[in-house]
Ligand binder design. Sequence first.
Ligand SMILES: [Zn+2]
Length: 85
Amino acid sequence: MPTYTPALPHPPAEDGHPADDIRLGDVVRLRKPHPCGADTWRIVRLGAEIGLRCTGCDRKVLLLRRVYRQRFAVRLSRVEGTTER
Ligand SMILES: [Zn+2]
């Protein structure tokens, strides 16, 4: 039996992508506005999928991280009290 080396549970982070510099509670603007007209979203979940809650209609969506990266435009605000590092 050949020894099977499992893949790393998490692929190496693609450093430097601004879309990855997010924390729960951050508000971001996406390139594609929600049908309700709002284009800002609050981060409600971080993982393989990014959970976003529309600030206009309060609806929640999950985006695959790579999809989220493509749609990310800019981070607008960060929740007070979170400490860097
Ligand atoms: Zn909306």
